[in-house]
Write a protein that binds this ligand. Structure first.
Ligand code: 5GP
Ligand code: MN
Length: 368
């Protein structure tokens, strides 16, 4: 109930009738969810070691949620550790406390010991255990109390406390609601900056339809903490190497293929091309969105060759579900308009498979 009070206060410039309308329509946490936050808070009254994890290839939402929750729990006096399955992009290194992150891929022993000692494990921004990559076994076997906070559809990861809301633009949006109920007084400028970063990146800078009016209300509340949104934008979007920009140019000029009859465009990048442009993690972030700017294109795919597999990103505009497409054909998932998957065949075979699938979706891809 406190959350509604906070919301009403911040929206005080609206008329009361508008407030009531907004409160009915927006994705404010249900009473059930609010009570669950209180139950979690009570459960954590028993001191214990907390481990916070996020998904492999952590993005802005995964890292924003990780660092925000870490700082919050530290302020509450808990013993907390953050573990990422692997590297996260350079443009997120500025986030507060990232130097305290344990990288499972690089610090296996420390990460393993930390997970084995955990009394509480948070799963942030993923709903399938396989998204935790090499940590799957350790996390599955852990006897710790598990808390899932996420916004992906159809969570399959079992947890003692499940905070899953597909209406939330991002895990950070949902986490902010939870922290306000948990202990609003502890939220500070740094925590707000992390949460804002997650919302900004997961909504494509507030351009995707997942950014609802409630998202903007949330952002408005976060801005009230005095966060420097220009600096955050600059760190995230204007912080690439010259080589990465050249790689982007190369992709658009030489690698983008458009299939007008299917309203589709793709880009693929092999290992040799990555080496040629000194590729580092995060360099291809956002490339999948580029062909969406071509008129008529509603479905895009970006194929990235890795040493052991092909990682794929999908994006769409309108009603075509790339979540279903990724689940059905590429062992993946995500959201209606943004998803990903992977496959262990060659890059050429992957692109061939994708092209052969397009005719099956001709009707769906024609729908606006
Ligand atoms: P991205 O293309 O930015 O890596 O991911 C877009 C969305 O798809 C994110 O919400 C992400 O969690 C989801 N996603 C990306 N790759 C995979 C995958 O391999 N499996 C599943 N289940 N979801 C993925
Ligand atoms: Mn997310």
């Amino acid at each position: 109930m406190m959350e509604k009070a906070v919301y009403l206060h911040t929206a005080k410039r609206h008329t009361l009738s508008v407030n009531i309308l907004i409160l009915i329509n927006l994705n404010i946490m249900t009473l059930d969810q609010q009570q669950q936050v209180i139950r979690l808070k009570d459960a954590l009254a028993t001191p214990g070691r907390i481990v916070i994890t996020n998904h492999q290839g952590p993005d802005g939402d995964a890292m924003g949620a990780l660092t925000a929750l870490y700082q919050f729990l530290r302020k509450k006096g808990y013993e907390v550790a953050m573990i990422t399955p692997n590297d996260y992009p350079e443009f997120l290194h500025w986030l507060p406390c990232t130097d305290e992150t344990i990288n499972f891929m690089r610090q296996k022993e420390l990460a393993t010991a930390t997970i084995e000692k955990a009394d509480y494990i948070f799963h942030l921004d993923y709903s399938q255990i396989k998204r935790s990559a090499d940590m799957i076994r350790l996390l599955s076997e852990s006897k710790a109390v598990r808390i899932l906070i996420d916004h992906h559809p159809e969570p399959s990861l079992s947890a003692d406390y499940l905070f899953s809301d597909t209406n939330a633009s991002s895990t950070c949006e949902l986490l902010f609601d939870m922290l306000k109920i948990w202990d609003a007084a502890l939220i500070d400028r740094d925590i707000a900056s992390c949460l804002y970063t997650g919302i900004m990146t997961d909504t494509g800078c507030f351009s995707f339809r997942s950014a609802t009016s409630y998202t903007f209300t949330t952002v408005s509340e976060l801005l009230a903490y005095g966060i420097d949104r220009d600096a955050i934008y600059d760190q995230v979007y204007d912080n690439f190497s010259a080589q990465r920009m050249r790689l982007m140019g190369y992709c658009l000029n030489n690698k983008m293929e458009v299939f007008p009859e299917y309203h589709t465009a793709i880009i693929s990048l092999n290992l040799e091309e990555q080496r040629r442009y000194d590729f580092v993690t995060g360099d291809s972030e956002g490339f999948v969105n580029l062909p969406l700017s071509v008129n008529g294109v509603r479905f895009t795919a970006f194929f990235l060759e890795k040493e052991d597999k092909i990682k794929i990103s999908f994006r769409s505009k309108g009603s075509f579900s790339v979540n279903n497409f990724a689940r059905k054909h590429f062992k993946g998932g995500g959201h209606l308009n943004a998803s990903g998957g992977e496959i262990r065949i060659s890059l050429d075979e992957t692109v061939k498979k994708f092209r052969e699938l397009l005719p099956l979706y001709k009707n769906e891809l024609h729908a606006p």
